[in-house]
Design a protein around this ligand. Structure first.
Ligand code: SF4
Length: 396
């Protein structure tokens, strides 16, 4: 029997575009974050940035007028720092510039402590129908260590307010692998979050990245070792399953019918167009992104010059590159890879291409259900290692 998410996909088809809008501002940089973001006044003020963004969207959108758009994702940074009047301007530009489907998923990211009733009602009136709230932990001490600007109570207040304003599709981000973490602490976070309960939970592992405050003090942080992190990850998978969430991707769990359609585009190799500094796009088989500079982005649009696209994969990709990329993206999903589809696309069987995955199936890291190969939760945790073994890019 097909599940609700598969039915949704087969009805929508795969020809629709996704739109990603980047709002790069953060009230304060978190101690672990290496995403591109800047202070709210880094390029004039936020209103000036929204004006530049709208100009950019209006200039580029006519190229996509033959396409329908079924997902919009406003991410950051912290999009919930945008004032309601500016948000209205941005949303109006999006609705007027693109041909959005009636059931388009319109998501935006928000941080606890930055939401208000006025903002939430504005988002709702502007067609936003999915909120993604960055909580990270239900433990205030952990939040302080991470350098977050909010407490768990701030989150609680904002989440309940969002419900009262009519949001019935909410994601909550949490993190694991934190300094001094224990199974008890992460379990408490999951128990508290599941009480609300959100329709979707994303669980990401902390990585200590260069050029972050955490990197400078990494030797003093008591980060759990790989075995402990693996136990924590499997605990998260088990607990969320018990709470009625299905795991559909390495880090993503949803109630039935609430998978994030926009993010699925990335993993299903579907097309999306990004706007804003550091935003990425994939269109007509090619990928490009905009430079990480809000100052340059705003000043070039102020002079009516479109920001420069930086093209990736300049050289023509080989069939092997395509197959590697396909495996890398698809194996992130619990739906995995359909052997027949793989053969039709690449003219070689999955087993032959990968050199055989039987040892991973026997070890409990992968499973083969009918013609579908996929990772188990234990396999997801070591998927980078397994992928580097079965993909061809290593042999070049
Ligand atoms: S709020 Fe998000 S984007 Fe901003 S610094 Fe923190 S983790 Fe990074």
């Amino acid at each position: 029997m097909m599940n609700a998410d598969k039915i949704q996909k087969s009805v929508r088809g795969v020809d629709n575009l996704g739109i990603y809008i980047h709002v790069p501002f953060c009230a304060k940089k978190c101690n672990y974050c290496d995403f591109y973001s800047c202070e709210p006044n880094c390029a004039g003020n936020i209103s000036e940035y929204i004006d530049a963004l709208c100009k950019h969207i209006k200039a580029e959108a006519p190229a996509y007028r033959k396409r329908t758009v079924d997902t919009v994702f406003i991410g950051g940074g912290t999009p919930s720092l945008v004032l309601p009047k500016d948000f209205e301007k941005l949303a109006k530009t999006i609705w007027e510039s693109f041909n959005l489907t009636q059931d388009a998923e319109f998501s935006m990211e928000a941080n606890p402590g930055t939401l208000s009733e006025e903002k939430l009602r504005t988002y709702k009136n502007c067609g936003v129908n999915r909120l993604s709230i960055g909580l990270q932990s239900a433990d205030d001490e952990e939040l302080e260590t991470l350098g977050r600007i909010h407490t768990f109570d701030d989150f609680k207040e904002n989440f309940l307010l969002a419900r009262r304003c009519g949001f019935d599709n909410i994601n909550v981000d949490i993190m694991y692998g934190l300094p001094d973490e224990s199974i008890e602490k992460i379990s408490k976070t999951l128990d508290k979050v599941s009480e609300f309960p959100p329709e979707h939970i994303s669980a990401y592992c902390l990585k200590i990245e260069e050029n972050t405050p955490f990197f400078d003090i990494k030797d003093t942080l008591s980060i759990p070792d790989d075995d402990k992190i693996c136990d924590t990850y499997l605990t998260i998978c088990d607990k969320l399953k018990d709470y009625g969430y299905e795991q559909y991707e390495i880090s993503n769990f949803s109630k039935t019918g609430y998978r994030c359609r926009h993010n699925l585009k990335y993993w299903n190799d579907e097309e999306y167009i990004g706007f804003g500094p550091s935003a990425h796009s994939f269109f007509n088989g090619r990928r490009y992104f905009y430079d990480n500079s809000t100052e340059k982005y705003v000043s070039s649009l102020r002079s009516d010059i479109l920001p420069l696209k930086v093209w990736e994969n300049k050289q023509k990709k080989s069939n092997e590159d395509d197959a590697d990329e396909y495996i890398m993206l698809k194996m992130r999903l619990f739906d995995g890879i359909d052997a027949e589809e793989f053969f039709d696309k690449f003219g070689v069987s999955f087993e032959e291409y990968t050199g055989g995955v039987q040892k991973y199936i026997l070890g409990g890291y992968m499973e083969k259900c009918a013609e579908v190969y996929r990772f188990t939760p234990k396999g997801f945790f070591v998927s980078n290692f397994i992928l580097s073994d079965i993909l061809h890019f290593n042999n070049k």
